[in-house]
Design a binder for this molecule. Structure first.
Ligand SMILES: Nc1ncnc2c1ncn2[C@@H]1O[C@H](COP(=O)(O)OP(=O)(O)OP(=O)(O)O)[C@@H](O)[C@H]1O
Ligand SMILES: [Mg+2]
Ligand SMILES: [Zn+2]
Length: 495
């Protein structure tokens, strides 16, 4: 791709050509001058700020046969030339993110003991060091602890916090900062001159703003702009399809509107156009963060929205909406950076955000269930009365069986009461033993507590049975039959 041309063509070949990162350059050149370069260096910082570039310059400086001023590689001796071409046997670049990385590390460790073949020092540059597997990192640890005198490790990473502390503590660390806009603009201007290309300063400034401190991004944007024949700021904003700001706003609008079909359509278009999805998602995430901030701290944040439709939608959106989208994007950004299927992951993220409203009720339900179990929300509790009408006598007995086993047999023998809206009505015969039971107060209490209503006991008077009725009762008949007797006289027992 054409944009690689400028970044490659203008990759600094010596310390004096590096833009910015003065603190790094100074420390390293001093160490070179006094021959005290640490055997384990860690270069951390955002992409495209010079980590790999400086690592290669250090490798050259450690091997140059013609070192200038004690630190600057000559770029002419065989060692410098081979390192520049990437073909020096003693300088090895390993991409820890690739599958081959693990094998390479194993290989590297086995070969550590051998002296450099052509140069003075073996230099191992381990890129994306945070992606080292656990085994690879462990294998490396010992070598970092006591590296042979002829070996230097340079670890480069954009995410130093993901490195195990054991590795971090064994390295001398250099933080590569975002490059200052002014410096980058000057640098691009010089490149334009070198390329005999005329571009307005404001156009260069626009590019640098988009690049956000990454020199590689600035150079690749410049490359594209040149390919399109851009001369002015207007050219960039209007004529080019890569006007990112507009694209990010379009996407933000679609996401806030939760327009799934449109989101899928745009996602496919972006992929077809070869847009860097990771970069775009970074911008989008950042934009939603800004939207959220503008919503939360309206007076304190200045946010420019150019798309009028988005402006309206933004006014109607809630800070919760914005926060959730920001959070989803941020979380998926990590996955997107790692996946082998960026287009699918990008689509999935957009789809998740568009479908998020539909997931809301489920979340609400879960919240309500949680509230219910905490009984914190009285509105959500069923009304007391409602609950009691659901209760049956059988349920009560079941409950009692465990709660008050001594009362259970007594109540089990009772005829089932009538449970009404206001009371529990028992119909008992005048002679029912319950009426005289010493447990009666406790029984009453239990029942009233359970059903949340009062007990009423209707006592039916004991019927005066006629002689004929008594004689015909089955138990009397049975006794008479057993005894082969006849009932001659009936008398009520005295109390
Ligand atoms: N400080 C700088 N001065 C001049 N050019 C730079 C600087 N940083 C980066 N560049 C340009 O950007 C290109 C990429 O830089 P480099 O590979 O050093 O970045 P990096 O920090 O290793 O990024 P990554 O984390 O993506 O590997 C270089 O070829 C160079 O043209
Ligand atoms: Mg790099
Ligand atoms: Zn040299």
């Amino acid at each position: 791709m054409s944009y690689l041309v400028l970044a490659r063509k203008y990759r600094p070949q010596r310390f004096s050509e590096v833009v910015g990162q003065l603190h790094v350059v100074k420390t390293l050149t001093n160490a070179l001058k006094s021959n005290k370069v640490s055997h384990a260096l860690l270069f951390s910082g955002i992409k495209g700020t010079g980590k790999t570039t400086v690592a290669r310059i250090v490798a050259k400086a450690l091997n140059c046969q013609n070192l200038q001023d004690g630190y600057e590689p000559c770029n002419e001796c065989p060692n410098c030339l081979e390192i520049n071409k990437g073909s020096h046997v003693d300088v090895l670049e390993i991409d820890a993110a690739s599958n081959r990385g693990i094998d390479q590390i194993r290989d590297l460790i086995e070969n550590l003991k051998y002296a450099p073949v052509k140069g003075k020092t073996k230099v191992y540059i381990i890129d994306e060091a945070h992606m080292l597997t656990k085994e690879a990192a462990n294998a490396l640890l010992k070598s970092l602890e006591e590296p042979p005198r002829h070996v230097h490790f340079i670890l480069a990473t954009t995410e130093p916090n993901k490195l195990p502390p054991t590795i971090l503590s064994r390295c001398q660390r250099f933080d590569f900062r975002r490059l200052e806009s002014k410096r980058v603009v000057q640098y691009l201007k010089r490149i334009c001159e070198g390329e005999s290309y005329n571009m307005e300063l404001s156009a260069l400034e626009f590019i640098v703003k988009e690049a956000q401190g990454s020199m590689r991004d600035a150079l690749s944007l410049l490359d594209q702009a040149m390919a399109y024949g851009v001369k002015t700021r207007e050219d960039i904003v209007t004529a080019l399809g890569w006007h990112e700001e507009a694209l990010v706003e379009d996407l933000a609008f679609i996401l806030l509107e939760k327009d799934l079909p449109q989101a899928m359509k745009l996602s496919r278009e972006l992929y077809d156009r070869g847009i860097d999805l990771i970069h775009l998602m970074e911008k989008l995430t950042d934009f939603f963060r800004n939207l959220f901030m503008a919503k939360t701290l309206p007076g304190e944040t200045s946010l420019e929205i150019h798309n009028p439709k988005l402006k309206e939608t933004f006014v109607l959106s809630t800070s919760e909406d914005l926060l959730i989208i920001f959070q989803l994007l941020l979380r998926d950004l990590e996955t997107l950076k790692r996946t082998s299927y960026p287009q699918l992951q990008f689509e999935l993220t957009l789809a998740k955000i568009c479908e998020y409203k539909k997931l809301m009720p489920l979340r609400d339900i879960l919240q309500k269930l949680e509230d219910l179990s905490n009984k914190t929300d009285p509105i959500l509790l069923p009304k007391e009365e409602k609950r009691t009408t659901l209760k049956s006598w059988t349920d009560f007995l079941e409950n009692l069986r465990f709660e008050a086993p001594s009362l259970y047999p007594i109540l089990k023998g009772l005829p089932e009461p009538e449970i009404t809206e206001v009371e529990i009505v028992f119909k008992l015969q005048g002679g029912d033993s319950l009426l005289k039971d010493t447990y009666l107060p406790r029984i009453k209490e239990k029942i009233e507590q359970y059903f949340q209503r009062k007990i009423r006991v209707d006592v039916e008077p004991i019927k005066e049975l006629s002689l004929e009725e008594i004689k015909s009762r089955p138990e009397v008949q049975m006794i008479a039959k057993e005894l082969s007797a006849k009932v001659a006289h009936i008398e009520l027992l005295k109390e």
